[in-house]
Each structure stands twice: as C-alpha cells, then as structure tokens.
Design a binder for this molecule. Structure first.
Ligand code: ITT
Length: 231
C-alpha cells in the first residue's frame, strides 16, 4: 500500500543524507559550484529522501522542527518554491533548497497542479488524492462514452536561496499518462497511477528508485540545478 506523508520529518536525519553539522554559523553566499551543505525546506519526508538519493554527496540538513510550516499561498510552483526556500533561509541563515511539485492532468484542465498535495482536502492522504483523481477521470470518461485522453505530467520547480539575495531556480518535467488502477508499492504520492512515456509501461511505483530518478521531474530539476551552478 502507499505510504502516508511522514509527520515526524524534521526530527531526525534524512535517510541517505549525511548526518554532519548543525545549524550554527553563517552560511555561505552563492559562489561557484553547488554549496557543500543546504537546508531542505520540505516537510515531506518522502520527497526529502528522494532529494537525498539524487543529490548524493551534498550535505542535506532537514527542515528544523521549530520552523513553522510555510503557507503555500502562491499560484504557481515557482512562487511556492521561492516562498519555502526564502522562509528556510530566513530561519537558518543557510542556503535553502525547496521543491514544489504538481501533477497536471490534461483532462482536468491541468488540475491538481499546484494543489496536488491538498487535492482531496486539507488533510488528504496520498490514497485520498489518488482515489479522487481516478474518480474524476472515470466520471469524465463515462460522460465521454469511454474515450478519455489520460495524458499528464509531473512538473517540479526547485528554488535554492542564498544569503545576500541570490536565488537559483530550475525545473524538471516528465510526460506520461494516468493508468486506470494503482500499480506498485514504491515511491509515494501519485506514483502508483503515473506511467512515464519514456518508460516501459510501468508506473513510477513499480520502478526501482534509480529508474524513477533517471526519468523523473525531480531528478531532472535537480540535475538542471547542478548544471546551472556548474557543479
Ligand atoms: P512540502 O511543500 O513541504 O515540500 P508537499 O507534500 O506539500 O511538501 P508539494 O506541494 O510539492 O509538497 O507536493 C504536492 C504533492 O504532489 C505531494 O504531496 C505528493 O502527493 C505529490 N508528489 C510530489 N512529488 C511526487 C512524486 O515524485 N511522485 C508522486 N507524487 C508526488
């Protein structure tokens, strides 16, 4: 079954990330290359674990638990990523990295998009969101007499904010479609119903982590960020 978001995140090290260091001392401002350590703005443990797997050697400091939840009031992924990165930079003084991700489904006019986390309501679980998505698509499909364009894409915007005001933004996108029933137990969120175009018909939740990262929105965005920083 799907995992639920982990509310305990922020209270321990991120799986796969280095455990070094605390939060004291001024962080570096932007120079060249990737900063050797960054604070992660995400409160989603599954997302943090993926970022750690993709980033490898960079020291990733979990979002400190005393930092209040950042309200995602933006109307775009980019606005929300910047809100989160700036809030963590202001709280910690260290380079801060935020990921905002949305699933855009063509038959739903691009929804759930920026509301992907809260699609089925403010405290929705991954299962609730997937169930709502499939129910909406089924309804549209039956109204359309069994014909439905199930094309969709995941889009991730990564923002990295530095002391002194420098900000670097990168994006990643993966095209695919929404299958009829959830398949697979890996990954998180909408992974059990998303089939990437460039794969072999498996959902992201049926793939090894490395297979997902090679194709995924998040893998692409983080690799683009490294390129932008010349790392
Ligand atoms: P933070 O804002 O604290 O980072 P969040 O879970 O609210 O955590 P987003 O708004 O970016 O983060 O994510 C929207 C939702 O999209 C997320 O809760 C998942 O349900 C889903 N999602 C994000 N990345 C995904 C991925 O790689 N695979 C499947 N679903 C994903």
């Amino acid at each position: 079954m799907q995992k639920e978001p982990n509310p305990a995140f922020g209270q321990g090290p991120i799986p796969g990330a280095s455990k070094e260091g605390g939060l004291d001392g001024p962080g570096p401002s932007r120079s060249s290359g990737f900063p050797p350590r960054v604070v992660l703005a995400t409160a989603n443990a599954d997302k943090a674990a993926e970022i750690a797997e993709i980033m490898g050697a960079v020291v990733l400091v979990p979002r400190p638990e005393w930092v209040p939840e950042v309200e995602e009031t933006g109307s775009t992924l980019e606005e929300n990523a910047l809100l989160k990165a700036r809030a963590l930079l202001a709280a910690t003084g260290e380079p801060s990295l935020a990921d905002d991700t949305g699933l855009e489904v063509d038959a739903l006019g691009g929804a759930p998009g920026v509301w992907s986390a809260r699609y089925a309501g403010p405290n929705a679980s991954y299962d609730d969101n997937v169930a709502k998505l499939l129910a909406e698509l089924n309804q549209i499909e039956s109204r359309a007499g069994g014909n439905l364009d199930r094309r969709a894409r995941f889009r991730t915007v990564i923002a990295l904010a530095f002391e002194g005001g420098d900000e670097v933004i990168a994006q990643g996108c993966v095209e695919g479609w929404i299958c009829n029933e959830p398949r697979g137990a890996a990954g998180f969120g909408y992974d059990p119903v998303f089939v990437p175009e460039e794969g072999d018909g498996k959902t992201f939740a049926e793939m090894e982590a490395s297979e997902k990262h090679a194709l995924s929105h998040r893998g692409r965005a983080l690799r683009a960020l490294k390129d932008l920083l010349g790392a």
